[in-house]
Unconditional design. Structure first.
Length: 367
Protein backbone atom coordinates (compact mmCIF):
# COMPACT_ATOMS: atom_id res chain seq x y z
CA UNK A 1 0.00 0.00 0.00
CA UNK A 2 2.77 2.41 0.88
CA UNK A 3 4.49 1.49 -2.34
CA UNK A 4 1.46 2.49 -4.43
CA UNK A 5 1.20 5.79 -2.58
CA UNK A 6 4.85 6.52 -3.30
CA UNK A 7 4.38 5.71 -7.00
CA UNK A 8 1.27 7.86 -7.16
CA UNK A 9 3.02 10.78 -5.49
CA UNK A 10 5.95 10.45 -7.80
CA UNK A 11 3.61 10.45 -10.78
CA UNK A 12 1.88 13.61 -9.58
CA UNK A 13 5.21 15.42 -9.18
CA UNK A 14 6.32 14.36 -12.64
CA UNK A 15 3.10 15.66 -14.23
CA UNK A 16 3.40 18.97 -12.39
CA UNK A 17 7.03 19.32 -13.45
CA UNK A 18 6.22 18.68 -17.12
CA UNK A 19 3.31 21.08 -17.03
CA UNK A 20 5.51 23.81 -15.55
CA UNK A 21 8.15 23.29 -18.21
CA UNK A 22 5.57 23.49 -20.96
CA UNK A 23 4.23 26.77 -19.58
CA UNK A 24 7.77 28.15 -19.41
CA UNK A 25 8.32 27.14 -23.05
CA UNK A 26 5.02 28.80 -24.05
CA UNK A 27 5.99 31.97 -22.23
CA UNK A 28 9.43 31.99 -23.83
CA UNK A 29 7.91 31.44 -27.30
CA UNK A 30 5.64 34.51 -27.13
CA UNK A 31 6.92 36.78 -29.91
CA UNK A 32 8.20 40.16 -28.84
CA UNK A 33 7.28 43.37 -30.69
CA UNK A 34 9.76 44.28 -33.41
CA UNK A 35 11.53 47.55 -32.67
CA UNK A 36 11.80 49.89 -35.67
CA UNK A 37 15.27 51.32 -35.99
CA UNK A 38 15.44 54.89 -37.38
CA UNK A 39 17.82 55.32 -40.32
CA UNK A 40 20.11 58.28 -39.92
CA UNK A 41 20.70 59.98 -43.28
CA UNK A 42 24.28 61.10 -43.85
CA UNK A 43 24.68 64.86 -43.78
CA UNK A 44 25.38 66.46 -47.15
CA UNK A 45 27.66 69.43 -47.42
CA UNK A 46 26.25 72.46 -49.24
CA UNK A 47 28.66 73.71 -51.86
CA UNK A 48 28.99 77.48 -51.56
CA UNK A 49 30.78 79.39 -54.28
CA UNK A 50 33.13 81.78 -52.57
CA UNK A 51 34.64 83.35 -55.72
CA UNK A 52 37.84 83.82 -53.82
CA UNK A 53 40.29 85.84 -55.88
CA UNK A 54 37.54 87.16 -58.15
CA UNK A 55 35.60 90.39 -58.57
CA UNK A 56 32.57 91.35 -60.62
CA UNK A 57 33.45 92.90 -63.97
CA UNK A 58 32.48 96.55 -64.37
CA UNK A 59 31.47 95.83 -67.97
CA UNK A 60 29.66 92.47 -67.87
CA UNK A 61 28.74 91.96 -64.21
CA UNK A 62 30.31 88.50 -64.39
CA UNK A 63 32.96 87.09 -62.05
CA UNK A 64 36.49 87.62 -63.34
CA UNK A 65 40.00 87.31 -61.96
CA UNK A 66 40.55 90.12 -59.47
CA UNK A 67 43.82 90.91 -61.26
CA UNK A 68 41.81 91.87 -64.35
CA UNK A 69 39.01 93.77 -62.64
CA UNK A 70 40.77 97.15 -62.82
CA UNK A 71 42.37 96.65 -66.24
CA UNK A 72 41.69 99.69 -68.33
CA UNK A 73 39.70 98.59 -71.40
CA UNK A 74 40.44 99.27 -75.05
CA UNK A 75 37.86 100.27 -77.67
CA UNK A 76 38.69 99.09 -81.19
CA UNK A 77 36.99 100.41 -84.34
CA UNK A 78 35.96 97.45 -86.50
CA UNK A 79 34.71 97.39 -90.07
CA UNK A 80 31.30 95.85 -90.75
CA UNK A 81 30.90 95.29 -94.48
CA UNK A 82 30.39 92.00 -96.27
CA UNK A 83 33.83 92.05 -97.88
CA UNK A 84 35.55 92.14 -94.48
CA UNK A 85 33.81 89.11 -92.96
CA UNK A 86 34.60 87.41 -90.75
CA UNK A 87 35.81 89.93 -88.19
CA UNK A 88 38.29 88.77 -85.56
CA UNK A 89 38.12 89.03 -81.76
CA UNK A 90 34.49 90.15 -81.43
CA UNK A 91 33.39 87.11 -79.40
CA UNK A 92 35.73 88.30 -76.64
CA UNK A 93 34.31 91.83 -76.51
CA UNK A 94 32.42 92.82 -73.36
CA UNK A 95 30.39 95.56 -75.06
CA UNK A 96 29.84 96.27 -78.77
CA UNK A 97 28.49 99.52 -80.21
CA UNK A 98 27.00 99.54 -83.68
CA UNK A 99 26.39 102.89 -85.35
CA UNK A 100 25.42 103.95 -88.86
CA UNK A 101 28.03 105.78 -90.91
CA UNK A 102 27.83 107.05 -94.47
CA UNK A 103 26.49 105.00 -97.37
CA UNK A 104 24.06 102.94 -95.31
CA UNK A 105 26.81 100.85 -93.70
CA UNK A 106 27.51 100.44 -90.00
CA UNK A 107 30.75 100.34 -88.08
CA UNK A 108 31.40 98.53 -84.80
CA UNK A 109 33.32 99.60 -81.73
CA UNK A 110 34.34 96.62 -79.61
CA UNK A 111 35.24 97.14 -75.96
CA UNK A 112 37.70 94.63 -74.47
CA UNK A 113 38.93 94.51 -70.89
CA UNK A 114 40.75 91.17 -71.02
CA UNK A 115 42.60 91.60 -74.32
CA UNK A 116 46.23 90.62 -73.70
CA UNK A 117 45.95 87.13 -75.22
CA UNK A 118 43.92 88.04 -78.32
CA UNK A 119 45.79 86.77 -81.37
CA UNK A 120 43.98 88.82 -84.03
CA UNK A 121 41.67 91.83 -83.71
CA UNK A 122 39.86 93.69 -86.50
CA UNK A 123 39.93 94.55 -89.18
CA UNK A 124 40.48 98.04 -87.82
CA UNK A 125 38.92 101.04 -89.56
CA UNK A 126 38.56 104.77 -89.17
CA UNK A 127 36.97 106.88 -86.47
CA UNK A 128 33.78 108.90 -86.56
CA UNK A 129 33.40 111.76 -84.10
CA UNK A 130 30.53 110.27 -82.08
CA UNK A 131 32.46 107.05 -81.47
CA UNK A 132 35.06 109.05 -79.54
CA UNK A 133 32.38 110.05 -77.04
CA UNK A 134 31.08 106.51 -76.71
CA UNK A 135 34.61 105.26 -75.96
CA UNK A 136 35.04 108.07 -73.44
CA UNK A 137 32.07 106.74 -71.44
CA UNK A 138 34.11 103.67 -70.52
CA UNK A 139 37.47 105.41 -69.95
CA UNK A 140 38.83 103.23 -72.76
CA UNK A 141 41.98 103.71 -74.82
CA UNK A 142 40.61 104.24 -78.33
CA UNK A 143 42.20 102.36 -81.28
CA UNK A 144 41.38 103.39 -84.85
CA UNK A 145 42.88 103.63 -88.33
CA UNK A 146 42.44 107.21 -89.47
CA UNK A 147 39.39 109.39 -88.89
CA UNK A 148 36.93 111.75 -90.49
CA UNK A 149 38.18 115.34 -90.58
CA UNK A 150 35.53 116.29 -88.03
CA UNK A 151 37.19 114.09 -85.40
CA UNK A 152 40.72 115.40 -85.85
CA UNK A 153 40.58 118.20 -83.31
CA UNK A 154 39.25 116.06 -80.47
CA UNK A 155 41.65 113.18 -81.26
CA UNK A 156 44.62 115.53 -81.23
CA UNK A 157 43.56 117.00 -77.91
CA UNK A 158 43.92 115.48 -74.46
CA UNK A 159 40.22 114.55 -74.41
CA UNK A 160 40.78 110.87 -75.11
CA UNK A 161 43.81 108.57 -75.17
CA UNK A 162 43.98 107.06 -78.66
CA UNK A 163 46.27 105.15 -81.02
CA UNK A 164 45.95 105.84 -84.76
CA UNK A 165 47.08 103.07 -87.09
CA UNK A 166 47.50 105.34 -90.12
CA UNK A 167 49.47 108.37 -88.98
CA UNK A 168 52.20 108.91 -86.43
CA UNK A 169 53.91 106.22 -84.39
CA UNK A 170 50.72 104.21 -83.93
CA UNK A 171 51.21 102.30 -87.17
CA UNK A 172 53.82 100.10 -85.50
CA UNK A 173 51.08 98.41 -83.48
CA UNK A 174 49.03 97.23 -86.48
CA UNK A 175 49.76 94.92 -89.39
CA UNK A 176 48.40 94.16 -92.86
CA UNK A 177 47.00 90.71 -93.71
CA UNK A 178 48.21 90.06 -97.27
CA UNK A 179 45.36 87.63 -97.81
CA UNK A 180 42.98 90.57 -98.16
CA UNK A 181 42.97 93.82 -100.08
CA UNK A 182 43.48 97.19 -98.42
CA UNK A 183 41.77 98.93 -96.70
CA UNK A 184 40.02 95.80 -95.44
CA UNK A 185 43.15 94.10 -94.09
CA UNK A 186 44.45 96.07 -91.10
CA UNK A 187 44.64 94.13 -87.83
CA UNK A 188 46.24 94.22 -84.42
CA UNK A 189 46.83 91.80 -81.54
CA UNK A 190 46.29 91.83 -77.80
CA UNK A 191 50.03 92.09 -77.26
CA UNK A 192 50.22 95.09 -79.61
CA UNK A 193 47.35 96.81 -77.82
CA UNK A 194 49.17 96.45 -74.51
CA UNK A 195 52.48 97.58 -76.02
CA UNK A 196 50.87 100.66 -77.56
CA UNK A 197 49.40 101.71 -74.21
CA UNK A 198 52.83 101.38 -72.64
CA UNK A 199 54.64 103.15 -75.51
CA UNK A 200 52.27 106.12 -75.42
CA UNK A 201 52.55 106.33 -71.65
CA UNK A 202 48.82 105.90 -71.12
CA UNK A 203 47.45 104.68 -67.81
CA UNK A 204 46.70 100.95 -68.02
CA UNK A 205 44.54 100.69 -64.89
CA UNK A 206 41.19 102.10 -63.88
CA UNK A 207 41.10 104.35 -60.81
CA UNK A 208 40.19 102.60 -57.56
CA UNK A 209 37.11 104.83 -57.25
CA UNK A 210 35.90 103.98 -60.77
CA UNK A 211 32.11 104.13 -61.08
CA UNK A 212 30.73 101.39 -63.35
CA UNK A 213 28.92 102.38 -66.51
CA UNK A 214 26.12 99.83 -65.96
CA UNK A 215 24.26 98.42 -63.01
CA UNK A 216 23.99 94.62 -62.93
CA UNK A 217 21.81 92.14 -61.11
CA UNK A 218 23.16 88.68 -60.16
CA UNK A 219 22.70 85.26 -61.74
CA UNK A 220 20.46 84.02 -58.91
CA UNK A 221 18.14 87.06 -59.16
CA UNK A 222 17.83 87.77 -62.90
CA UNK A 223 15.97 90.72 -64.37
CA UNK A 224 13.03 89.01 -66.10
CA UNK A 225 11.39 92.20 -67.41
CA UNK A 226 8.04 90.87 -66.23
CA UNK A 227 6.21 93.94 -67.57
CA UNK A 228 7.89 93.62 -70.96
CA UNK A 229 6.63 92.25 -74.25
CA UNK A 230 7.90 89.00 -75.75
CA UNK A 231 11.05 89.46 -77.84
CA UNK A 232 12.00 86.28 -79.65
CA UNK A 233 13.63 88.15 -82.54
CA UNK A 234 15.00 91.66 -83.05
CA UNK A 235 15.52 93.15 -86.52
CA UNK A 236 17.48 96.39 -87.04
CA UNK A 237 16.89 98.85 -89.87
CA UNK A 238 20.53 99.18 -91.05
CA UNK A 239 20.15 98.90 -94.80
CA UNK A 240 23.48 97.28 -95.71
CA UNK A 241 24.04 94.56 -93.14
CA UNK A 242 20.32 94.05 -92.34
CA UNK A 243 21.22 92.50 -88.97
CA UNK A 244 18.98 90.59 -86.59
CA UNK A 245 19.14 88.68 -83.31
CA UNK A 246 17.34 85.44 -82.41
CA UNK A 247 16.70 84.46 -78.80
CA UNK A 248 17.82 81.03 -77.59
CA UNK A 249 15.70 79.93 -74.63
CA UNK A 250 18.18 77.21 -73.62
CA UNK A 251 21.06 79.53 -72.74
CA UNK A 252 19.17 82.84 -72.56
CA UNK A 253 21.34 84.55 -75.19
CA UNK A 254 20.57 86.52 -78.35
CA UNK A 255 22.47 85.22 -81.38
CA UNK A 256 23.57 87.66 -84.05
CA UNK A 257 23.01 87.43 -87.82
CA UNK A 258 23.80 89.82 -90.68
CA UNK A 259 24.14 89.75 -94.46
CA UNK A 260 21.76 86.79 -94.43
CA UNK A 261 23.96 84.52 -92.31
CA UNK A 262 25.38 83.93 -88.84
CA UNK A 263 27.89 86.52 -87.72
CA UNK A 264 30.91 84.58 -86.46
CA UNK A 265 34.31 85.37 -85.02
CA UNK A 266 37.01 84.28 -87.47
CA UNK A 267 39.32 83.50 -84.56
CA UNK A 268 37.22 80.63 -83.17
CA UNK A 269 34.28 80.33 -85.60
CA UNK A 270 31.85 81.08 -82.75
CA UNK A 271 28.62 82.85 -83.55
CA UNK A 272 28.36 86.17 -81.72
CA UNK A 273 25.85 86.10 -78.87
CA UNK A 274 24.96 88.55 -76.11
CA UNK A 275 22.81 88.70 -72.98
CA UNK A 276 21.64 92.30 -73.31
CA UNK A 277 20.60 94.47 -76.26
CA UNK A 278 20.09 98.21 -75.88
CA UNK A 279 18.56 100.18 -78.74
CA UNK A 280 19.43 103.84 -78.26
CA UNK A 281 17.51 106.19 -80.55
CA UNK A 282 19.43 109.39 -81.35
CA UNK A 283 18.94 112.54 -83.39
CA UNK A 284 21.09 112.60 -86.51
CA UNK A 285 22.09 115.05 -89.21
CA UNK A 286 24.53 115.34 -92.08
CA UNK A 287 27.92 116.90 -91.42
CA UNK A 288 28.52 116.97 -95.13
CA UNK A 289 25.74 116.48 -97.65
CA UNK A 290 28.23 115.82 -100.46
CA UNK A 291 29.78 112.70 -98.93
CA UNK A 292 26.98 111.77 -96.53
CA UNK A 293 29.06 112.10 -93.36
CA UNK A 294 26.69 111.58 -90.45
CA UNK A 295 26.58 113.37 -87.14
CA UNK A 296 24.96 111.46 -84.27
CA UNK A 297 23.69 113.41 -81.26
CA UNK A 298 25.09 111.38 -78.35
CA UNK A 299 24.03 113.77 -75.59
CA UNK A 300 20.51 115.21 -75.97
CA UNK A 301 18.72 112.11 -74.73
CA UNK A 302 15.91 110.11 -76.24
CA UNK A 303 14.01 106.83 -76.27
CA UNK A 304 14.93 103.23 -76.92
CA UNK A 305 14.49 99.59 -75.93
CA UNK A 306 16.10 97.24 -73.43
CA UNK A 307 15.95 93.59 -74.47
CA UNK A 308 16.99 90.57 -72.39
CA UNK A 309 15.75 87.10 -71.42
CA UNK A 310 13.22 87.01 -74.26
CA UNK A 311 11.52 90.27 -73.20
CA UNK A 312 11.69 93.96 -74.19
CA UNK A 313 10.72 97.20 -72.48
CA UNK A 314 10.65 100.85 -73.51
CA UNK A 315 13.43 102.99 -72.08
CA UNK A 316 14.65 106.56 -72.09
CA UNK A 317 18.27 107.68 -71.98
CA UNK A 318 20.11 110.74 -70.73
CA UNK A 319 23.69 111.98 -70.73
CA UNK A 320 24.61 114.99 -68.65
CA UNK A 321 27.78 115.97 -70.54
CA UNK A 322 30.32 114.78 -73.09
CA UNK A 323 32.45 113.28 -70.30
CA UNK A 324 29.56 111.67 -68.42
CA UNK A 325 28.06 108.21 -68.89
CA UNK A 326 24.78 107.51 -70.66
CA UNK A 327 22.08 106.41 -68.23
CA UNK A 328 19.08 104.31 -69.22
CA UNK A 329 15.71 104.38 -67.43
CA UNK A 330 12.65 102.11 -67.42
CA UNK A 331 9.04 103.40 -67.79
CA UNK A 332 8.90 103.97 -64.01
CA UNK A 333 11.92 106.27 -64.16
CA UNK A 334 14.28 103.80 -62.48
CA UNK A 335 17.70 103.14 -63.93
CA UNK A 336 17.68 99.79 -65.70
CA UNK A 337 19.60 96.88 -64.21
CA UNK A 338 21.29 94.62 -66.75
CA UNK A 339 21.66 90.88 -66.50
CA UNK A 340 25.27 89.66 -66.21
CA UNK A 341 26.77 89.08 -69.62
CA UNK A 342 27.79 90.82 -72.82
CA UNK A 343 25.88 93.84 -74.12
CA UNK A 344 25.27 95.09 -77.67
CA UNK A 345 24.31 98.79 -78.02
CA UNK A 346 22.51 99.66 -81.24
CA UNK A 347 22.65 103.38 -82.06
CA UNK A 348 19.56 104.06 -84.12
CA UNK A 349 18.66 107.26 -85.97
CA UNK A 350 15.35 108.68 -84.75
CA UNK A 351 14.18 109.14 -88.31
CA UNK A 352 14.51 105.41 -88.97
CA UNK A 353 13.89 103.90 -85.56
CA UNK A 354 10.35 102.94 -86.59
CA UNK A 355 11.90 100.39 -88.92
CA UNK A 356 13.40 98.44 -86.02
CA UNK A 357 11.08 95.53 -85.30
CA UNK A 358 10.73 93.27 -82.24
CA UNK A 359 8.93 89.99 -82.95
CA UNK A 360 7.12 88.10 -80.20
CA UNK A 361 7.77 84.71 -81.84
CA UNK A 362 10.36 83.33 -84.25
CA UNK A 363 7.51 82.13 -86.48
CA UNK A 364 6.29 85.71 -86.80
CA UNK A 365 9.79 86.85 -87.73
CA UNK A 366 10.24 84.13 -90.36
CA UNK A 367 7.05 84.96 -92.27
Amino acid sequence: MKKHIVYFGTLICLILALTGCKKKEEIMQVPTETQTQSVVEPETETQIETHEGELRSFYTGEWIDEKLAYNRPVAVMTENTHVTLPQYGLSNADVIYECPVEGGITRLMALYQDFAKLEKVGNVRSCRLYYVYFAKEFQAVYFHAGESKYALDVLNSSFIDNVDGITGKGGAFYYRDNGRKAPHNLYTTGANLASAIEKYGYENSLPQDYEPHYQFTTEDAPNLLEKGVDAAAVKLYYVDAKPWFLYNEEDGLYYRYEFGEKQVDGENNEQLAVKNIIIQNCYSSLKNANNGTLDIDYQSGGTGKYITNGKAIDITWKRASSTDKTRYFDPDGKEIVLNPGKTWVEISENSRSGNNVIYSTKEEFQK
